[in-house]
Write a protein that binds this ligand. Structure first.
Ligand code: GUN
Length: 293
């Protein structure tokens, strides 16, 4: 058996087109939606992610404002940048690319972003709303996963979803999204992490297995139930002398072996990554719509 490949690139293009049409409605009503992206330091992966977010904005008719600073910026200087963006009525979304330099407290920065402009969905107010099942800005990567599954013709309701990883960006919000009594959710959810003994005992129970670990090729075929849907959130750089840039990107799932047992699998690149950027566009237009109502 060879798995169906979940085409995140094509589905993300669909979602960007929907965001572009919603953005055009706002423009017609006199507001150009605008996203401010804050990039600190010179982490090449972060710079690449920010580049793709800015490119997507241009494609969707969303204005992007880039604020950059060296990695020695103080926490109070960064807080002041965020405060200015919070108070700027022409800015509807604010995203501070993570990780931040070690001397800056990430939680203080996340909590400084106004919750109504928090298009990353990381502010505790949005976390709380997500847990309560209220309308909120939800974190883009986990929010994109039920979209990827449902728009590929698969369902989530009644399925056992097993998540590997408990990060605030993916694992924890993923649990809270999939457990909701809602369309494209309604799962029984298990969250495994580095403290889980006998990981494979759990992963083999998964109808939907979501890998967000950050270790290349961690999930192997023997950990997967035949017929499962496998979602690979990992983006790992692995040295590769055969590539001009000296590395290749690979996920947390050993694609070659797992695609022999899974019913469907998301590839890396071209799976979850483009969905994250598309959901950011959707969140930005949603924030702009709410802020101008
Ligand atoms: N770093 C890794 N993923 C993300 C994300 O979704 N948002 C931000 N702001 N930083 C990240």
């Amino acid at each position: 058996m060879s798995a169906t490949i979940l085409d995140g690139k094509a589905i993300a293009a669909e979602i960007r087109a929907e965001a572009a049409s919603a953005a055009q409605q706002l423009i017609d009503a006199g507001t150009t939606p605008a996203l401010a992206v804050v990039l600190i330091g010179n982490n090449p992966a972060s710079a690449a992610y920010v580049g793709s977010k800015i490119k997507a904005c241009a494609e969707c008719g969303i204005e992007s404002i880039e604020r950059t600073a060296d990695s020695d910026i103080s926490e109070s200087e960064l807080l002041s940048i965020i405060n200015d963006l919070n108070n700027d009525a022409s800015v509807h979304g604010i995203l501070v690319q993570l990780p931040l330099p070690d001397h800056i407290d990430e939680n203080s920065i996340i909590e400084a972003v106004h919750p109504d402009k928090d298009v990353d969905g990381f502010h505790p107010i949005n976390t709380g709303r997500l847990v309560a099942g209220s309308e909120c800005l939800a974190p883009c990567t986990p929010a994109g996963i039920p979209e990827l599954i449902s728009r590929s013709g698969f369902t989530t309701s009644g399925k056992h979803a097993v998540i590997i990883g408990r990060s605030n960006i993916v694992g924890k919000p993923m649990m809270n999204i999939l457990v909701q009594k809602a369309e494209n959710a309604n799962c029984t959810v298990t969250c495994c992490h580095s403290g889980t003994p006998d990981l494979a005992v759990h992963t083999k129970q998964a109808d939907i297995l979501i890998a967000a670990i950050g270790v290349a090729d961690f999930v192997t075929a023997d950990m997967v139930k035949p017929g499962a849907l496998v979602i690979d959130v990992g983006i790992n750089r692995v040295d590769d002398d055969t590539r001009a840039r000296g590395y290749r990107l690979t996920g947390d799932v050993d694609f070659d072996s797992v695609s022999q047992v899974a019913e469907a699998i998301s590839p890396v690149p071209g799976g979850v990554g483009p969905m994250t950027v598309a959901m950011l566009m959707k969140n930005t237009v949603a924030a702009a719509t709410r802020l101008t109502e």
